[in-house]
Design a protein around this ligand. Structure first.
Ligand code: APR
Ligand code: PHB
Length: 389
C-alpha cells in the first residue's frame, strides 16, 4: 500500500490533518490502534479557540458545533471572596466556544467515509521505518496479517504514548518536562451549570473549576494529591468539596446529580524538540503536553495541524521543500507561548504543597493586579482566546 502521507493516530490531531490533506487533494491514510468506540470514550476538555473552530469551518464540518456549541464571551477567576471576570470579547473582539472536544473527534470520524478519508482502526504493533529517508514506511498488523504502508511523509499524531516521537533518535531530540504534584479529579453530570461562564477558583482548600458541555451538562474539577483514590470520592463528597472551593455564590446555584463520569488525571507540562525529523512530522500530544488549566490541549493540536497541513501542501502542490523544513520552528514558537500560559495559570490558581507564605502572597498580589488592571486582563484574554497562527 502506498500513500503520500501516512498519519499515525486517529485522535483529533490525526483526523483533522487527514481531512485537511484530503480537502487539498493530497492522499493520506490514518492508522489507529484502538476501535472508534474506544477513541470516543475518552472525555476531554470542552473549550475551543477560534483557530480550532476555523479549521472545522474550512472543512464544512462545523454544523453541529454551531448548533449545539455555546459561545462564551468571558470567564472568571475566583479567589475566595471575589470573582474576577475576564471579558475576552471586550479585549480581543473574539469569543471561545464550549463544545466537547470528544464531539469534535466524533464529527471528524463520522465525516471520514463521505470524504474518502481512509482510517484503519485496530492496527496492532505500529512501527515507523526509514524516517531519515525520502521513502519512509509504517508497518502494522491487521486481523493477524502484517501490512506495510509506504509514504513520502509520516505524520505522528499518536499522542503522548505513541511510537512516533520515540522513532526520533535520542541524539537529535530534547525533552523539557514539569510534572505537577497533584491531579484533577473531574465529574461530568447531567445538571445545569452553576454559572453561565467558566469559573477557575483558587481556594485555601485547593483548586476548583466549574465548566460545562451544554446548558444541561456540567463538568467540574478539583485538584487532589496524586495518591488520592477515586473510590474514596463519592459523588456527595465531591459535590461538598466543590461547593466549598467555588464559594457561596456558585454553591448556591450548583445543581448536584449522579456522575456520568469521574476520573483523576495527572498534570504535566512537556515539550519535545524538534517537531520534525527527516520525513516525520509530530503534531499534538505526540510532541507536547499542557496542564488542562486554560484548556489548550486540543487547540494546540489544531494549530500544529494548521502548520503541518500548510507545510505538506507547500511540498506537494507548490514543490516547496522549505515549507516542511520550517514546520518545527513555526509550530514550536506557538507551542512555547501556550505552554507558558497553561503553566502560569496553573501556578496562579493552585496551592502547591511546597509553597509557603511568600508564594501565596505572590498569588494574592497577582490576582489583585489582574483585578485592577485592564492591561493584565487583556493579556490573559488574548492568550485564553488563542494566539494567532
Ligand atoms: N498506533 C496507532 N495509534 C496509536 C498508537 C499506536 N501505537 N498509540 C496511540 N495511538 C492513537 C491513540 O489511540 C489516539 O487515538 O493516537 C491517538 C492520539 O490521540 P490523542 O491522545 O487524543 O492526541 P491528539 O490527537 O494529539 O489530541 C490532542 O486533544 O482532546 C485533546 O486532551 C487531548 O490534548 C489532547 C489533544
Ligand atoms: C472542561 O470543560 O473539561 C475544561 C474546561 C476548561 C479547562 C479544562 C477543562 O481549563
Amino acid at each position: 500500500m502506498h500513500t503520500q502521507v501516512a498519519i499515525i493516530g486517529a485522535g483529533p490531531a490525526g483526523l483533522l490533518l487527514g481531512h485537511l490533506l484530503k480537502a487539498e487533494g493530497i492522499d493520506c491514510v490514518v492508522i489507529e490502534r484502538q476501535t472508534p468506540d474506544y477513541v470516543l470514550s475518552r472525555i476531554r476538555a470542552g473549550v475551543l479557540e477560534q483557530v480550532t473552530v476555523g479549521l472545522m469551518e474550512r472543512l464544512g464540518l462545523d454544523a453541529r458545533l454551531k448548533a449545539e456549541g455555546l459561545i462564551e464571551e468571558g470567564f472568571n477567576l475566583a479567589d475566595g471572596e471575589r470573582l474576577i471576570r475576564i471579558d475576552v470579547e471586550k479585549f480581543t473582539g473574539k469569543t471561545v466556544w464550549v463544545y466537547g472536544q470528544t464531539e469534535i473527534t466524533k464529527d471528524l470520524m463520522d465525516a471520514a467515509p463521505e470524504r474518502g478519508l481512509e482510517v484503519i482502526y485496530g492496527a496492532e504493533d505500529v512501527a515507523l521505518h526509514d524516517i531519515e529517508s525520502d521513502a519512509p514506511s509504517v508497518t502494522f498488523r491487521r486481523d493477524g496479517r502484517e501490512e506495510r504502508l509506504t509514504a513520502r511523509f509520516i505524520a505522528g499524531c499518536d499522542g503522548f504514548h505513541g511510537p512516533s516521537r520515540k522513532a526520533i533518535p535520542a541524539s537529535v531530540g530534547r525533552e523539557y518536562e514539569r510534572v505537577y504534584p497533584f491531579g484533577w479529579l473531574g465529574i461530568l453530570a447531567d445538571v445545569p451549570p452553576c454559572h453561565d461562564e467558566l469559573i477557575y477558583a483558587n481556594h485555601e482548600r485547593g483548586f476548583a473549576l466549574a465548566s460545562m458541555r451544554s446548558k444541561t451538562r456540567s463538568r467540574y474539577y478539583i485538584d487532589v494529591p496524586l495518591t488520592e483514590k477515586i473510590e474514596d470520592w463519592s459523588d456527595d463528597r465531591l459535590w461538598d468539596e466543590l461547593a466549598v472551593r467555588l464559594g457561596p455564590e456558585a454553591a448556591a446555584n450548583m445543581t448536584r446529580g449522579p456522575a456520568i463520569e469521574k476520573s483523576i488525571a495527572p498534570l504535566r507540562s512537556y515539550v519535545f524538540e524538534p517537531m520534525r525529523h527527516g520525513s516525520l512530522l509530530l503534531c499534538g500530544d505526540a510532541a507536547h503536553i499542557v496542564p488542562p488549566t486554560g484548556a489548550k490541549g486540543l487547540n494546540l493540536a489544531a494549530s500544529d495541524v494548521h502548520y503541518s497541513a500548510a507545510a505538506l501542501c507547500g511540498y506537494f502542490k507548490h514543490a516547496d521543500n522549505d515549507a516542511v523544513a520550517a514546520y518545527s520552528g513555526k509550530a514550536l514558537a506557538r507551542v512555547w507561548k501556550c505552554e507558558r500560559f497553561s503553566w502560569s495559570l496553573t501556578k496562579l490558581m493552585h496551592r502547591f504543597p511546597d509553597d509557603g507564605p511568600f508564594e501565596r502572597a505572590m498569588q494574592v498580589a497577582e490576582l489583585d493586579y489582574i483585578a485592577s488592571s485592564d492591561a493584565a486582563q487583556a493579556s490573559i484574554a488574548e492568550n485564553y482566546v488563542g494566539l494567532p497562527v
